[in-house]
Design a protein around this ligand. Structure first.
Ligand code: GDP
Ligand code: GDP
Length: 438
């Protein structure tokens, strides 16, 4: 599971600047969740090959009382899900009473914590850090978030320090690694728990709590039609109830981790409500992850034909970029359409994991190029010579040629569509990487 880094500090110390830097370093689109959980922003990033989730908690009060109050707020619930906290202070503003109050509260929580002194650009680093030793939070780490100075090595250090406890005592039992890992995700109240219960039926299931912090996701192995699945349950549907448990049922962190751990994602939307920006943003995360996807439009019961038509139109407009995924109109409550989901989960999984032979890829490529030549660039035609598979889940097709860096986005889309159609790659994103030379 990707570790969760939470940014905390007074307003204006540079949290959102650091958040942007940490999430931009990833090539692909980063969607946040505006309005989904107010006051918090979630993103994903990578240093080297190491992924993480980063959460910006937004501002706490600027005065000590405000800090105490703010710690009770929704925004600070993010701390419950933190593997590590970065406590930001401002080198230019110097140490404030609010910083000291915040330090006291954070120290008491016991989550691993780093003191980060931001905005040291153009300052003497030793001087900038000196006064913050007084916080008693160990050695301050000096950075300039707006320029990214010293950020990457620091984050790498943070992740290295975390690594030993990350894998847990035993890791996942081997049987959970077999079969198709399926994550059911969606906004609160779209019907995820109802759907999970439907999919599991009345079966008595074994429930594996993932070791970790309070945010443990649950892995449930089950069998259906001779096929092995492991459901990654973010909603805690089948978890024994813990009376002392006051965590929110919905968690963005769990959702992002479940997507990452899955082979196939079932994204649930609510037909009784408009397709929202949050749905689109979540869908963006699924797309970015490269996971195979089945779209489940739930609560299809009791809708008038005109309402159904309006839902279909909204899906086209707002989630049109998920055109590779199959859409199912279901009622988790009544069970209609749920059985059919399994067919497409299997098909999407098979497509995502398919081994594509080089001769076949080259045949499809040369037919595609013959039907529709790549454009000329400065009077020279882009040449696409041969293809081979570069990876699975999602399928990656590497195409070698000349001037491939000039291939327009539209032509890339055309090729993806041809490969998808000719190879029957339904339900999974397909990626193409161009290489010039050889
Ligand atoms: P937040 O309220 O903690 O999220 O703070 P912001 O990220 O919005 O930053 C507050 C202000 O500090 C903005 O004007 C930033 O441009 C500025 N800032 C952030 N990081 C740096 C830095 O490393 N150096 C300097 N000089 N300014 C910074
Ligand atoms: P979750 O927050 O996504 O896990 O959503 P729940 O499974 O808790 O469902 C939220 C509400 O929607 C509950 O009141 C369910 O009974 C209701 N619900 C779930 N699925 C359906 C459905 O297919 N049709 C209708 N009409 N209601 C549903």
């Amino acid at each position: 599971m990707e570790p969760v880094i939470v940014l905390v500090g007074r307003p204006n110390v540079g949290k959102s600047t650091l958040f942007n830097y940490l999430t931009r370093s990833r090539d692909a689109l980063v969607a946040d969740y505006p309005g989904l959980t107010r006051d918090r922003q979630y993103g994903r990033g990578k240093v080297g090959s190491r992924p993480y989730i980063v959460v910006d908690t937004g501002g706490l009060g600027d005065d000590p009382e405000g800090v105490a109050l703010g710690m009770q707020s929704q925004a600070m619930r993010a701390l419950d899900e933190a593997d590590v906290v970065l406590f930001l202070v401002d080198a230019r503003a110097g140490l404030t009473a609010a910083d000291e109050e915040l330090a006291t509260v954070l120290r008491r929580r016991g989550t691993p914590l780093y003191l980060v002194v931001n905005k040291v650009d153009g300052m003497n680093r030793a001087m900038a850090g000196a006064e913050f030793h007084r916080l008693g939070l160990g050695e301050p780490h000096m950075i300039a978030a707006s320029q990214g100075t010293h950020v990457a090595p620091f984050i790498e250090q943070v992740l290295t320090d975390l690594a030993p406890q990350e894998s847990g005592p035993e890791g996942l039992p081997a049987e959970l690694e077999e079969g198709i890992k399926v994550a059911v995700v969606g906004r609160p109240n779209v019907g995820k728990s109802t759907l999970v219960n439907r999919m599991l039926g009345e079966e008595r299931v074994l429930v594996y709590d993932m070791p970790g912090t309070t945010r443990d996701s649950i892995f449930i192995p089950f069998e259906r039609d001779d096929c092995q699945y492991t459901l990654i349950d973010t909603a805690g549907v089948r978890r024994r109830a813990r009376i002392d448990e006051a965590v929110e049922k919905f968690s963005v962190v769990k959702t992002l981790q479940a997507i990452e751990a899955a082979n196939v994602v079932i994204m649930v939307v609510d037909a009784h409500e408009a397709v929202t920006d949050q749905d689109a943003s979540l869908a963006g995360h699924v797309l970015e992850s490269g996971r195979a996807l089945v779209l489940a439009v739930n609560k299809w019961d009791g809708l008038q034909p005109a309402q159904k038509e309006s839902v279909r139109r909204q899906l086209d407009v707002k989630l049109g970029f998920l055109d590779f995924a199959r859409t199912h109109y279901i009622s988790a409550l009544h069970g209609s359409g749920v059985g059919l989901l399994f067919d497409d989960i299997r098909k999407a999984y098979d497509a995502a994991m398919r081994k594509l032979s080089t001769p076949l890829l080259n045949e499809v490529l040369s037919d595609a190029v013959a039907a529709h030549e790549p454009p000329l660039v400065h009077g020279r035609r882009i040449k696409l010579r041969y293809a081979h598979q570069g990876g699975q889940n999602p399928p990656l097709i590497v195409i070698h040629g000349n001037q491939t860096e000039k291939v327009p986005a539209g032509y890339r889309r055309y090729l993806i569509n041809v490969f998808r159609r000719e190879l029957g790659l339904q339900g999974t994103p397909v990626r193409i990487e161009f290489k010039t030379g050889q």
